[in-house]
Ligand binder design. Sequence first.
Ligand code: DOR
Ligand code: ZN
Length: 347
Amino acid sequence: MTELELIRPDDWHVHLRDGELLKAVVDHTARQFARAIVMPNLKPPVTTVAAARAYRERILAAVDPALGFTPLMTAYLTDDSDADELERGFRDGVFTAAKLYPAHATTNSAAGVTDIRRLDRVLDRMQSLGMPLLVHGEVVDHSVDVFDREATFIDRVLAPTLERFPGLRVVFEHITTRQAVDFVTNARETVGATITPHHLEFNRNAMFEGGIRPHFYCLPVAKREVHRLALRKAATSGNPKFFLGTDSAPHRVVDKEAACGCAGIWNAPVALESYAKTFEEEGALDKLEAFASLHGPRFYRLPVNGTRVRLSRTSTHVPERYTLAPGDIVPFHAGKQLAWRYAGVVR
Ligand code: DOR
Ligand code: ZN
């Protein structure tokens, strides 16, 4: 196969940042994806309808309008989140979903939720509205090993919460473990999961290959090979509960290559190329369109995109780094050759 045509995909989990960084990165997402669920972990976080409207305007001002990109905004949940504010944002079409960051779990999560029980009123309202809850699924208990935090979150937080709110629509974001795959597979159809290109491509060894490799560090952190294989099986299975979410999370080189380096992988420049690599290796290129373009809209109850895109089987060299106004950024697959190249919207 030398060409692949797909319904234009969406990215159901992305960090577009703000200010100069937003301007530098947004087109990399917008050229491949028609819509994206935009994470709200700015400083300060996007907690109100007004803040989300203003952020959406900044994104639309930064993106090349010719790319035809629609940002879908999310609310950052805190201990003090107000159910009425969320409902207003959802009904007004400003908030597509709300994001749960356990406090201190990851980048800019200090204002996150300290105990999910504090969200009972909010979750009850979201359940009635059918408003999706997007979950960063890691416990922050320091006695729990960093590689076990996702699996422990399922047992301590996610499973009990879904028992209390069985109708809640939940996206378990950027899953990294066999346990998460099993949990989502066996849950009600109102529970889905996103899978990133990087968690499909490498296991935790990548962070320590010949030395410490900060550009392979993200959260949740990559796990053992057995987990990566479970993710690959889930993504390529055709099961509509699993869909594309890149978790593209750019940080400048100076912020990654530091004594305390930031978590996050900037995969936006090669997102579809990377997914195509995985699906081809799994002999499942025929399943890529459903994962990238159909399962997400179905979960979010949104229309499927009306345009199509093309990938060509052309060897592509990924730059070692991008020189951008705020500073250099190293992309996923830096310096590597990829077999597929995104060739744009079919005219
Ligand atoms: O690696 C990550 N980076 N994981 C997250 O949860 C947040 C993200 C970021 O914002 O940098
Ligand atoms: Zn994320």
